[in-house]
Ligand binder design. Sequence first.
Ligand code: NAD
Length: 336
Amino acid sequence: MAYEVTLIPGDGIGPEVIRAAVRVLEATGLEFEWHRFDAVGAAGVEECGSPLPEAVIDSIRSNRVALKGPISTPVGKGFRSVNVTLRRRLDLFANVRVCRTLPSVRSRFDNVDLIIFRENTEGLYSGIENYDARLEIADSIARITRRGSERIIRFALEYARRHGRRRMTLVHKANVLKLSTGMFLEVGRDLAGLYPEITFDDRIIDNMAMQLVLAPEKWDCIVTTNLFGDILSDLAAGLVGGLGVVPGANIGEDIAVFEAVHGSAPDIAGRGLANPTAVIRSGVMMLRWLGESEVADRVERSVEELFQQGEHLTRDVGGTCSTTEFADRVADRVAV
Ligand code: NAD
């Protein structure tokens, strides 16, 4: 039986890294039927008059799973972020980003092993914005709900329990944003009591940013609101060698969209310079979500062995391989 998966290559480096990930996933011997949508983002506007055509949403709803490349968002004007809209439309409330040190990747720290759980549908990205032209005042509302807080914090604690993680740090700004992130903190403290095996604590966002840069290896799991999670997860990516290696997943009640943390990287697009590791590892997360844990382990091991060996890596992590050459090496190992 083939897994039916919605495939959104995206733009910029998206098509290159998605091609690489598909190559590796197909080398596992599992069968996939890809439901592919190229016309998304700016291409969607041009071809179908919408950055996120309904057919894409319908396909993900029907398949329950998607693998997605990055999609560029115009800055300041133009259409709203497809990524934010997708997460909200499909209610993909949990964004999970795994930042772990890989061998051979030059970075300032060893032994970083962080999981960041970011609330994905509300907070400052709720989409509640208003501009009063007369007074020239712009508002962006950070809406946080008890229900939204409960489900992301519960999701994070359950995930930590299942994966044998020991500590959960809730990140907030409850000293200033007393009502919104204050409620998030209160919910976290209430729920933490149900997970006695996990040490629960909290930090204010600015302090947390500094702590992560000083000694990231001391931290384990972090759960936080949308904006703070967005920023901290890029920061954490920088601690383990950059955006090219960090995978991610957007997970809802029974739908999941897997994508790397990085964006469309227009500065290197189309030149074979993109590192597909992040999307390949997002594919590993997808395999686990599909229940293919052994196959996922095999792909993960293959990537790690290649990094251990250190000879065939892409340029962003100190090697000379192109996107395709790297993917071929991983695929060869996976297929053995
Ligand atoms: P970016 O992640 O695209 O790039 C930041 C830097 O990291 C660049 O120097 C880039 O070359 C490098 N980089 C990123 N991915 C890499 C990879 N796989 N291999 C090697 N180097 C890599 O961030 P940006 O420049 O701020 O954003 C560009 C566009 O991407 C924007 O339009 C933004 O809206 C969009 N974006 C989309 C998503 C998404 O689809 N989920 C996420 C973030 C940004």
